[in-house]
Design a protein around this ligand. Structure first.
Ligand code: DX5
Ligand code: ZN
Length: 214
């Protein structure tokens, strides 16, 4: 189980300290939400901010691109220090080329699907992927409620990966907390993104441990 707190719920004016805080609290990855105001109705941050953070933590960077035509910015995020690059299949014209570009840039490729996107659209690519991200809210904002109707997709992707003998990570993102986490893990998710639940917790270490042990 990997825990990837989303900095979207952190205090952006103290980003370096916030990232250090989750590292000290036992996080495995830092989840960085990149939004362009086109693919989703919100704007967050870009590669220059990721680059500034790189020396501030030893945690790997799990970059979630919610941007149109992500292939255009792969090199920038790779240079900025991304380790995993996740892009939305709905936003990419050439999915295969985007995966290739991520690999060429030295990063681990992952595809994300929105709640209304069926699971089987990722099947043609899963042999090439490090991870699939099944969104458990509509992308764009933190603090939304977990959509349990997305769980059959996590199950379907886990079953397909098992059938093919793949060591595929499945990430869930949105509304993950101590009450919803078990539903996700019992369906085969093994990378948990949590923004509000971790960053708003009085004790971030306890919150991360609770997710990990669920
Ligand atoms: C939403 C983002 C999420 C978000 C999760 O588009 O992809 O990573 O930060 O926030 P919580 O955990 O608060 O639902
Ligand atoms: Zn995210």
């Amino acid at each position: 189980m990997l825990i990837s707190p989303s900095i979207l719920a952190s205090d952006f004016s103290r980003l370096a300290e916030e990232v250090k805080s989750i590292e000290n609290a036992g996080a495995d990855l830092v989840h960085i939400d990149v939004m362009d105001g086109m693919f989703v109705p919100n704007i967050t941050l870009g590669a220059p901010v990721v680059s500034c953070l790189k020396g501030k933590t030893s945690l790997p960077f799990d970059v979630h691109l919610m941007i149109e035509e992500p292939v255009r910015y792969i090199d920038d995020f790779a240079k900025a220090g991304a380790d995993i690059i996740t892009f939305h299949i709905e936003a990419a014209k050439d999915v295969k080329a985007t995966i290739e570009k991520i690999k060429e840039a030295g990063c681990k490729p992952a595809i994300s699907i929105k709640p209304d996107t069926p699971a089987d659209v990722v099947f043609p690519y899963i042999d090439e992927l490090y991870m699939v991200l099944v969104m458990t809210v509509e992308p764009g904002f933190g603090g939304q409620s977990f959509m349990r109707e997305t769980m059959p997709k996590v199950r379907a992707i886990r079953d397909e990966a098992t059938k093919r003998g793949l060591d595929l990570r499945i990430q869930v993102d949105g509304g993950i907390d101590d009450k919803t986490v078990t539903e996700a893990t019992s369906n085969g998710a093994d990378v948990l993104v949590a923004g509000s639940y971790v960053f708003k917790a009085a004790d971030r270490k306890a919150a991360i441990e609770k997710l990990r042990n669920s």
